[in-house]
Design a protein around this ligand. Structure first.
Ligand SMILES: Cc1ncc(COP(=O)(O)O)c(C=O)c1O
Length: 466
């Protein structure tokens, strides 16, 4: 009796899932059919159709926000008073509604006690899950609340029972921390990390990626939708088709996407989707989420270190993982943060991610156009589809110095250092980039003002020098 308890690691939950916890994923499809992204391969017509339309950015038909709406949105954004905020890829400005949701709960905690306050706001917490789920077109029980995208990716990776020789297929533009985690898996578990090459326009070469998925039968395909260090948008929906076709787990890092680009976990066909709320979603810092597909849960995948939130301890040597996405959460979390993230998701849906994104894309295009005209400035963004992140290299200047000089003039930007996009920056022959990332609440005047101030810095007609 005692022995059998010791031998048990956990309670079997779903009939038949134990043997397929990860292990069924490498079985090749019944007929090895190569999809249509590279020349010379079979060409199922559906994929041609998909390629012809804008994949996942605001669609051409989407109406933009009116001037009146923009004025109202600015009125609901206290931070626009303090400067020109072009650092939404770092952290967006919280709207008043989000700020209130966080503050009100912290005040409740101060008066009632943290645990008691959580009990009082139970239904509001459930609504927050529902609002975030709606934003990505998932069901609420498939969303885990976490403190960041990085934690989401780490939880996801830790749930896959990698064995030596397993492969991860990824891109050259995946987020730095994800790349570090892949390398760590390689060092510790001898997992092979394969990066698909970029195509001539920038962004992953779909044909090459498809070939790799076909030939290498990876355990996981992992792609960052919008990298931190450029305006590129990767074709996550097409990649999802490939992953599904080969029955391979698929992880999407949508940290920069949520709030900027409509996210649809079903259409993208992903198994994991990790995001932070503080960027284009305009939520509070220290909040994020991880979406999990049915098959992740049904296959019994769970983080390497579940805790009492993600599992019940049911006998001496037995635990029972939660049946839903809670399995990927941990006990302690910021209830104020969850409520703030929920408010941010609701706000984003009220504004309309597609409409807001369309405006942010246009402001970014204006920025690129103006910046390209400045002396010594090179716009670095490449790819067939660009979003609201703008990156430039400026001859004779380190990005960090420019950020400081612009900050002194009331313009908030950020620096992408070499290590945050090592492969991409090396390909582009630069040491890093100045990153400007507008949102829908920015104005054309702010864009022109920011570029004028940068020009003043570069030409020495303002106070700040290199
Ligand atoms: C593309 C991308 N993925 C992941 C992250 C990490 O997000 P977090 O800092 O919330 O873990 C970032 C942060 O900038 C990012 O840009």
């Amino acid at each position: 009796m005692g022995d059998s308890k010791l031998a048990a690691r956990k309670v079997p939950r779903w009939p038949g899932t134990d043997q397929c916890a990860g292990s069924g994923l490498l079985v090749p499809g019944p007929e090895p059919r190569i999809l249509s992204f590279s020349q010379g391969h079979d060409t199922p017509p559906t994929f041609h159709k998909t390629q012809e339309r804008p994949i996942d950015g605001p669609s051409v038909g989407a109406q933009e926000l009116s001037a009146k709406e923009v004025a109202q949105l600015r009125g609901e954004t206290p931070g626009v008073e303090g400067g020109i905020h072009l650092n939404n890829a770092g952290a967006g400005l919280m709207p008043t509604r989000v700020l209130n949701a966080v503050q009100e709960h912290l005040e409740l905690e101060a008066v009632q006690g943290g645990y008691e306050a959580a009990t009082l706001r139970r239904s509001a917490m459930d609504e927050a899950y529902a609002d975030v789920a709606k934003l990505v077109k998932a069901s609420p029980d498939r969303v885990a609340f976490l403190e960041s995208a990085t934690v989401g990716v780490a939880q996801a990776l830790s749930s896959i029972p990698f064995r030596p020789g397993d492969r991860i297929v990824t891109t050259r533009d995946d987020y730095v921390s994800n790349q570090i985690m892949y390398i760590s898996l390689r060092e510790r578990l001898q997992v092979e990390v394969i990066r698909a090459p970029d195509g001539p326009e920038g962004g992953v070469d779909l044909g090459a990626l498809e070939e790799l998925i076909h030939r290498k039968a990876p355990r996981l395909v992992s792609v960052t939708h919008v990298p931190t260090n450029s305006g590129l948008v990767q074709p996550v929906e097409e990649i999802g088709v490939m992953a599904r076709h080969r029955d391979v787990l698929y992880l999407v890092d949508a940290c920069q996407s949520v709030g900027q680009i409509p996210v649809d976990v079903e259409a993208w066909g992903c198994d994991f989707l990790a995001a932070s709320a503080r960027k284009y979603l305009r939520g509070p810092r220290g909040t994020g989420f991880l979406y999990l597909s049915d098959r992740v849960l049904e296959q019994g995948l769970e983080p390497l270190f579940p805790d009492l939130r993600g599992a019940d301890w049911v006998d001496d040597d037995l635990y029972q993982p939660a049946a839903d996405a809670r399995r990927f959460e941990t006990w302690e979390s910021s209830v104020a943060g969850l409520l703030g993230m929920g408010a941010a998701a609701r706000y984003a849906r009220d504004v309309g991610v597609e409409r807001g994104g369309r405006r942010a894309f246009r402001l970014a295009a204006l920025l690129r156009e103006r910046l390209a005209g400045l002396p010594g400035v090179r716009v670095l963004d490449r790819g067939s589809r660009l979003c609201a992140i703008v990156t430039v290299a400026v001859e004779g200047w380190r990005p960090r110095e420019l950020v400081r000089s612009l900050r002194a003039q009331g313009v908030r930007t950020s620096a992408s250092e070499l290590g945050s996009g090592l492969l991409d920056f090396r390909d582009k022959g630069v040491e890093g980039a100045l990153r400007l990332s507008p949102h829908y609440y920015n104005t054309e005047e702010e864009v022109h003002e920011a570029v004028d101030r940068l020009e003043g810095i570069l030409t020495g007609s303002s106070d700040s020098g290199p």
